[in-house]
Design a protein around this ligand. Structure first.
Ligand SMILES: Nc1ncnc2c1ncn2[C@@H]1O[C@H](COP(=O)(O)OP(=O)(O)OP(=O)(O)O)[C@@H](O)[C@H]1O
Ligand SMILES: O=P(O)(O)O[C@@H]1[C@H](O)[C@H](O)[C@@H](OP(=O)(O)O)[C@H](OP(=O)(O)O)[C@H]1O
Length: 409
């Protein structure tokens, strides 16, 4: 879970692919300081670039490289700017990163700025051209959990996730299912630097410094198919062994210790029993090295985590409860849901200081169709072969926990 952010996202429209390193992902309790740009003027700029005005609006887009000579916005030559300039949280990051890109491409002598932000733990020196512009505040995108490097930000509040055929098929069907209001808008496949991406709404875009929590739903996090493959062709994983001993050095068996590797399904099952996945049918995810969080297993620990997440704001908690009840009612009727095994999918909880709160279903990389006419009830316990995923069982438990926490239950 993440409390953030006026945080710079990987740049919209930037040529550079952002590879989000785990260390750059956000810590559980991190409420990060407003990104601050401190500009230190070095030898003056001989040439400057025309800056698109406003929040990537008008005729310019950060992707468009419109270059002029001599002056920036309002005709202010860079060299005449004050040696130290601070930007507050109104800074339009896309705009600044656009400038960086142009400067880099043109190999121009440039000032340096120090960006203090949570994407980098240390300070980063990047190239910059100062511009006095008031821009619209837009919540920058941050990734709570998931595979590093899977995402890029797009323009107009959209997000690119590395292409996955299974996910595309789900999105296509979900856009015309009753679940549509609980799914980020989907806009098909797009390409950037020869990589295909599924293009979807960035759910953070309409929030102001949002707090985010990713909750992985279901009592099982691997597909039956994965289990079958692991039996047929076992491929022990060293990286998973490392992740396992980082949390619990005693967890590996003697054989695993000898191999210094574990099977993925074994690792996933261990994670399930370590967390509340096995006991409650959902778990609060965390993308950081906060290994203790992987152990949030019991009801009272989940409650504590939820209360922390909303800063004990019961109104927000009530909004979440309401939204989850609505979701449950729709899930129980959804054609898509009854015909799919939904594994590893998350509910993304987002709220901000204005009191706005929402929950959406994300991650359909392991949501697979049942062979017709088979359907699932999503509540029956899983036994190998029945493909039940425990999604609704987990949702029931989540709603019960919330209801018990709320006053006047
Ligand atoms: N539409 C979206 N809008 C805003 N943030 C999103 C969106 N989709 C995903 N995210 C962010 O990215 C994170 C990872 O998303 P997702 O689970 O889809 O990725 P993944 O790489 O498939 O993860 P996993 O490792 O669980 O398979 C989420 O926790 C959330 O922070
Ligand atoms: O959260 P952790 O403990 O870091 O473990 C990861 C998590 O369970 C992911 O859901 C899983 O990806 P999938 O759901 O896509 O299988 C990934 O497998 P991977 O390393 O094979 O990608 C695991 O490493």
């Amino acid at each position: 879970m993440t409390k953030t952010p006026d945080t710079p996202a990987p740049c919209a429209g930037m040529g550079d692919v952002h590879h989000s390193h785990p260390e750059e992902q956000l810590s559980r309790r991190a409420r990060v300081a407003v990104p601050e740009l401190i500009v230190t003027c070095e030898p003056c700029v001989t040439e400057c670039d025309e800056i698109p005005r406003g929040p990537c609006s008008g005729s310019h887009h950060p992707d468009e490289e419109s270059i002029c000579s001599d002056s920036g916005l309002s005709g202010s030559p860079a060299s005449s700017l004050s040696p130290i300039l601070s930007f507050d949280d109104n800074t339009e990051w896309d705009l600044i990163l656009w400038v960086i890109k142009v400067k880099k491409k043109k190999n121009l002598p440039i000032e340096k700025i120090t960006i203090t932000d949570l994407w980098k733990k240390s300070k980063n020196m990047v190239n910059w051209f100062p511009l006095p512009v008031t821009v619209k505040k837009r919540s920058p995108w941050v990734q709570v959990v998931g595979h590093a490097g899977n995402f890029q930000t797009g323009s107009d509040g959209r997000l690119l996730k590395k292409y996955c055929e299974c996910e595309k098929q789900c999105f296509l069907q979900l856009m015309s299912d009753s679940l549509r209001p609980f799914i980020p808008g989907y806009y098909g496949v797009t390409q950037r630097e020869e990589q295909d991406y599924n293009l979807m709404d960035d759910l953070l875009a309409d929030f102001d410094s949002p707090c985010i929590m990713d909750c992985k739903m279901g009592s099982r996090t691997y597909l039956e198919e994965e289990l079958r493959k692991a039996c047929e062709c076992p491929q022990p994983r060293k990286d998973m062994y490392e992740k396992m001993i980082a949390v619990d050095p005693d967890a590996p068996t003697e054989e695993e210790r000898a191999q210094q590797a574990v099977l993925k399904t074994r690792y996933m099952q261990w994670r399930e029993t370590l967390s509340s996945t096995a006991t409650l049918g959902f778990r609060i995810e965390d993308g950081t090295c906060n290994t203790n969080f992987k152990r949030t297993k019991y009801k009272d620990e989940v409650i504590q985590a939820l209360e922390d997440f909303v800063d004990n704001n019961m109104l927000i908690l009530r909004s979440y409860q309401q939204r989850l009840k609505e979701l449950r009612a729709v899930l129980e009727k959804s054609d898509f849901f009854k015909a799919h095994e939904v594994v590893g999918s998350s509910l993304l909880f987002i709220h901000d200081l204005t009191g706005k709160a929402g929950i959406w279903m994300i991650d359909f990389g392991k949501t697979v169709p049942m062979p017709p006419p088979l359907t699932l009830d999503h509540r029956s316990p899983w036994v190998e072969g029945n493909r039940e995923d425990g999604y609704l069982w987990g949702l029931d438990n989540f709603i019960d926990i919330l209801t018990n926490v709320l006053p006047g239950k």
